[in-house]
Design a protein around this ligand. Structure first.
Ligand code: F6R
Length: 267
């Protein structure tokens, strides 16, 4: 896993948006996997800026969101569809028909989840999947104990996630108990993953994800099995990483390689 440490959450947002923008410019019809929550907000703001000020063109981009609360309609202020409209889709030139967020009010969830998986594969799979991480180490809503081979399905939220997300609702009792979520297996099929984390509350989950054993108790740790994951962290989220200096060294070497300024050792 490549680990990039930025100074603060603004740095994380800029760097993450850069990766997405490079892809959108290189492949205008790319498929982006998107996340909600506090973490990617800055990245979306930067993508909107790039669209407005630098003409970043989303007209052929297709998106799939990771998850949605069960029971919330698309217009509910706390639904993830609403979040995406407010924080990204309404401000860029994406075709609304190409934006996919799971339907929290599907009638037959099993059939709907299979349909969501089919939609992803019909588009040729996800090129770049943006991920946040829960303080319990979840990616999407794959809570501890989720199968590492899981596909899109319903999942019961843990007390920790309900507590963490209560800040977006009127209190814990208003947070839905169930969500539709892409599975860990679905996420691992993306061609590239960007794992974003900022703030001290993510430090433990990040250490376990990057340097701990692969375990269904920390579903983000399954990303160690993926061959192209870039973790973009702020200083606080990276605080507990034991190999931090090494990750910094790798980035320095990478930059030197790109500029051609790598040292030559002549005999
Ligand atoms: C949201 C999602 C979740 C969040 C995670 C972190 O679509 O999939 O896994 O990424 O709960 O949430 P924040 O960013 O609010 O800390």
């Amino acid at each position: 896993m490549r680990v990039i440490v930025e100074k603060d959450k603004e740095g994380v947002a800029r760097r993450a948006a850069q990766f997405a923008a490079i892809l959108v410019r290189k492949r205008p019809n790319c498929v982006l996997g998107l996340a909600t929550g506090g973490t990617p907000l800055g990245m979306y703001a930067e993508l909107i800026r790039l669209h407005r000020e630098e003409g970043l063109d989303f007209s052929r981009v297709v998106t799939f969101n990771l998850d949605e609360y069960v029971g919330l309609s698309a217009t509910h202020p706390q639904s993830y569809r609403h979040f995406m409209q407010q924080n990204l889709f309404d401000h860029i030139n994406i075709d609304p028909r190409d934006t996919h967020v799971p339907d929290g009010r599907a009638l037959d969830f099993e059939a709907y989840c299979a349909h969501y998986e089919r939609l992803i594969s019909d588009e040729g799979g996800i090129d770049l999947q943006v991920l946040g991480i829960g303080s319990d180490g979840h990616i999407a809503f794959n809570e501890p104990g989720s199968s590492l081979g899981s596909r899109t399905r319903l999942k019961t939220l843990t007390a920790e996630t309900i507590r963490d997300n209560a800040r977006f609702f009127g209190g814990e009792h208003e947070v839905p108990r169930l969500a539709i979520t892409m599975g860990v297996g679905t996420i691992l099929e993306s061609r590239q993953c960007l794992l974003l984390a900022a703030g001290a509350s993510k430090a433990k989950a990040i250490r376990e994800t990057i340097e701990g054993p692969i375990t269904a108790q920390i579903t983000a740790s399954a990303l160690q099995l993926h061959r192209d994951v870039i973790a973009i962290l702020d200083e606080e989220a990276a605080r507990l990483l034991e190999r931090r200096d090494y990750y910094l060294e790798v980035e320095r070497a990478q930059a030197a390689l790109q500029t051609g300024h790598f040292g030559r050792i002549d005999a």
